[in-house]
Design a protein around this ligand. Structure first.
Ligand code: PEP
Ligand code: MN
Length: 339
């Protein structure tokens, strides 16, 4: 952080600023020019409280933040890309990864039948919710532990790592027993207790962007997980709420290069929750490949009209096969490969 004093600030005014900076635990390096004094602030941790305090002083002209408010997720902290191994697959490596599955696990027949098809069509990972964050308390809330068991069994049978959502810190231990990757959903992106709890596991975490979260908010939430010692975080862009009402959310594809410019963590795209529309998912999945994402996360259901959650946005297996084909063709043209 660099503080630029107003022209001809007095010694007392300068001392007041340095006292505040030191109060917050930072060191100061001042450059005293003829007319203006510039104060460099050095130290670790989030400088925001110090910055806000100094910025409000009348003798201060401007304050510029130099390093990002996050540390472990930043590129400054880790140069290369972080590759995350999820029980046999790698996210953030050379290959683009496709995770697919139903919104919710609904029955053994449903998840096994679908997993068989998805595996044959080339999906690497299997998703399926057992604990569902629903807008209405009267909607299907997920199968709970039984759903976790069915998902794990299907994943093991077809050699697909499984990812499923955990909504509450008290569920982490249970979900950790069955899942290969813990999903923190959009509604919980700023559930800080949950972030700390998944940060204490040794499982990879899929952290979805909150529907009103900025890219910086997303990175700050990831920082909570890394700060607990778990560096295996995959970010997920799944659209944000805007005034547009013809799509479920608005997919911010720029978040992909935006995150990559600031962080070493992988980022995948979820065109299903981002658009809520099967007719838009294929183009947005291709766009994710073109944008340089590390993968996609797509909802598929064999019978969407009977789905207990998110049926209207689910792709049918043949539609998913077509998306796979298109993504492969595009990836080939770009010199990339899909796992
Ligand atoms: C989901 O993956 O089914 C889900 C609820 O996603 P999101 O948290 O992005 O809404
Ligand atoms: Mn869903």
């Amino acid at each position: 952080m660099i503080i630029s004093m107003k022209l001809h600030a007095t010694r007392e005014e300068i001392d007041e600023v340095t006292a505040i900076v030191k109060h917050f635990g930072y060191k100061v390096h001042s450059i005293e020019g003829e007319e203006r004094v510039v104060i460099g602030v050095v130290g670790v941790g989030d400088v925001t409280p110090c910055l806000e305090s100094v910025e409000s002083l009348p003798q201060v002209d401007s304050v510029v933040r130099i390093s990002a408010p996050y540390k472990f997720v930043s590129k400054e902290f880790r140069k290369g890309k972080t590759r995350i191994r999820v029980n046999g697959i790698e996210i953030g490596g050379e290959e683009f990864v496709v995770i697919a599955g139903p919104c919710s696990v609904e029955s053994e027949e449903q998840i096994v039948g679908l997993a068989r098809k998805l595996k044959a069509m080339g999906a690497s990972g299997l998703r399926g919710g057992a604990f569902k964050p629903r807008t209405s308390p009267y909607s299907f809330q997920g199968m709970g532990t039984d759903g976790l068991k069915l998902l794990k069994a299907a994943g093991e049978h077809f050699g697909m790592p499984v990812v499923t959502e955990v909504m509450d810190p008290r569920q982490v231990e249970l979900v950790d027993r069955y899942a290969d990757m813990l999903q923190v959903g959009a509604r919980n992106m700023q559930n800080f207790d949950l972030l700390r709890e998944v940060g204490q596991t040794r499982k990879p975490v899929l952290l979805k962007r909150g529907m009103s979260a900025t890219v910086k908010d997303l990175l700050m939430s990831a920082e909570y997980i890394l700060n607990e010692g778990n560096a295996q975080v995959v970010l997920c862009e799944r659209g944000v709420r805007t005034f547009e009402d013809s799509t479920r959310n608005m997919l911010d594809m720029s978040a992909v290069p935006n995150v990559k410019g600031q962080s070493h963590l992988p980022i995948i795209v979820d065109p299903s929750h981002a658009t809520g529309r099967p007719d838009l998912i294929p183009a947005m999945a291709r766009a994710a490949v073109a944008a340089g994402a590390d993968g996609v996360h797509i909802e598929v259901h064999s019978c969407p009209e009977r789905a207990l959650s998110d049926g209207p946005q689910a792709l049918l297996p043949p539609q998913f096969a077509a998306v796979m084909r298109d993504m492969r063709r595009l990836a080939e043209g770009l010199g990339e490969t899909i796992a």
